[in-house]
Write a protein that binds this ligand. Structure first.
Ligand code: GDP
Ligand code: IMO
Ligand code: MG
Length: 432
């Protein structure tokens, strides 16, 4: 029995979808604990690409049950669209996907406010995905959010919706000078969701706790990444939830001691989409070359991702914040073109060495990365399936990551396809 959390350890898009899909093979349950359709998790199997925004990345394995915990935020429009798309391709979702009755809903006004706020912020905008994530979590903490349980009583839902819409329309009209939303249309649309949502609603906490007690294998899927965590990321250029492992228990309603393993997903270099500090960001023309080699365009918004060298100040930081047992290193194949590879091991700020990831935005904006230069391998490794068959300098790169972070490597991904990986240790992945 294992309960393994899989968390992003940079600024998202580390390849969590690929790793979760891969590790879903022996799993009974895959559960997402935070975030919403701001996520874009890519799974490639037999040449077919599936991008999941809301549904956990275990859904392509027919025997896996997928859960969305109370810590996640659900946009019913996007969710039902995703369900329909999967079902039309023969992937059975009904009966295999369950949503916590305590999860909050993303409403049309959240999207409208997200867009209006970003527009009003001008140059200092965060560069959100525009999915209404921040406003939905704001309402949750403001204690006026609409939850899945609210869909169970029409009169109650309509009353809450009308009250919220009156407030939000005032905000949109008077503050953001933006257009108001049609109250009756939204009330009708969301009352219709109550019928559609019924078969998917569950007490996820009870279901998951019972399953763990029965010895089921469970994966807890993080969205976004540690550097986008609202507590531990590059605030304010973060998302509005906690992608780090500590939130997995809260976001699903299980005790923290139920989690047996934590796997950190680390891309062999760094990317970021949206604004905010990025110490190892590359200059041109290498920035564009990395983007091309790695296909670094957002899975949700299609935006070009910013690219940089691997940053092990961030690696050590994420190892600590998440209490990692092991790394899943992804996209190592993308580095095969390089003669030499730089890895950041510390920063310099005003002449002093900085080894711990700083919280001050003005420090982060000015730190100079200190690099070690390692030899490249200049060899296609995408068909390698055994560690010993990797070129020596590639193995040295992996050893360097392990030594600098103090975290062993559990698996290495060398391509987007499900089968393109090199297992190193089943034990640290919770599969032994
Ligand atoms: P996520 O948000 O963490 O799930 O990551 P995304 O799906 O947004 O972005 C990762 C991208 O890299 C996707 O296009 C994947 O198909 C692709 N990918 C994942 N692992 C690998 C790998 O090891 N090598 C290569 N070349 N591509 C990969
Ligand atoms: P996955 O799960 C990469 C970024 C946005 C923006 C910031 C806030 O695919 O790794 P939000 O819409 O959440 O309010 O945006 O967070 N962001 C992501 N970046 N991958 C993601 O998800 C992201 N989800 C949000 O670009 O900078
Ligand atoms: Mg993504």
């Amino acid at each position: 029995m294992a309960v393994t959390a899989i968390v992003g350890c940079q600024w998202g898009d580390e390849g969590k979808g690929k790793i979760v899909d891969l590790l879903s093979e022996p799993a009974d349950i895959v559960a997402r604990y935070q975030g919403g359709p701001n996520a874009g998790h890519t799974v490639v199997h037999e040449g077919e690409e599936t991008i999941l925004h809301q549904i956990p990345s275990g859904i392509l394995h027919p025997n896996v049950i997928c859960l969305l915990g109370s810590g996640s935020v659900i946009d019913p429009r996007i969710l039902f669209e995703e369900i329909e798309q999967l079902e039309s391709r023969g992937v059975k979702v009904k009966g295999r996907l369950f949503i916590s009755h305590k999860a909050h809903l993303i409403m049309p006004y959240h999207r409208a406010i997200d867009e209006a706020a970003e527009h009003a912020a001008g140059k200092s905008r965060i560069g959100t995905t525009g999915r209404g994530i921040g406003p939905a979590y704001t309402d949750k903490y403001q204690r006026c959010g609409i939850r899945i349980v609210d869909l169970l009583d029409r009169d109650h839902l309509e009353k809450k919706l009308r009250a919220n819409l009156a407030d939000k329309n005032k905000l949109l009209r008077d503050y953001y000078k933006s257009s108001e939303l049609d109250v009756n249309r939204i009330v009708d649309e969301y009352i219709d969701f109550d019928r559609k949502a019924d078969p998917y609603i569950k007490d996820v906490s009870v279901f998951l706790d019972d399953a763990i007690a029965e010895g089921k294998n469970v994966l807890l899927e993080g969205a976004q990444g540690t550097l986008l965590d609202v507590d531990h990321g590059t605030y304010p250029f973060v998302t509005s939830s906690n992608p780090s492992a500590g939130a997995a228990a809260t976001g699903l309603g299980i005790g923290p001691r139920r989690i047996t393993h934590v796997v950190g997903v680390l891309k062999a270099y760094t990317t970021r989409v949206g604004n905010g500090p990025f110490p190892t960001e590359l200059d041109e023309p290498l920035q564009s070359q990395f983007r091309k080699w790695g296909g670094e365009y957002g899975a949700t918004t299609g935006r070009a991702r910013r690219c940089g060298w691997l940053d092990l100040v961030i690696g050590r930081y994420s190892a600590r914040i998440n209490g990692l047992d092991s790394w899943a290193i992804t996209k190592l194949d993308v580095l095969s073109q390089l003669d030499e590879i730089h890895v950041c091991t510390s920063y310099k700020y005003k002449g002093r060495e900085v080894r711990h990831f700083p919280a001050e935005p003005w420090v982060l904006d000015e730190v100079q990365p200190v690099y070690e230069t390692l030899p490249g391998w200049k060899e296609d490794i995408s068909d390698v399936r055994h560690y010993d068959d990797l070129p020596a300098s590639c193995r040295s790169y992996l050893d360097f990551i392990k030594d600098q972070t103090g975290v062993p490597i559990g698996l290495i991904s060398v391509g987007a396809e499900r089968g393109a990986y090199i297992p190193l240790s089943d034990e640290v992945l919770g599969l032994a």
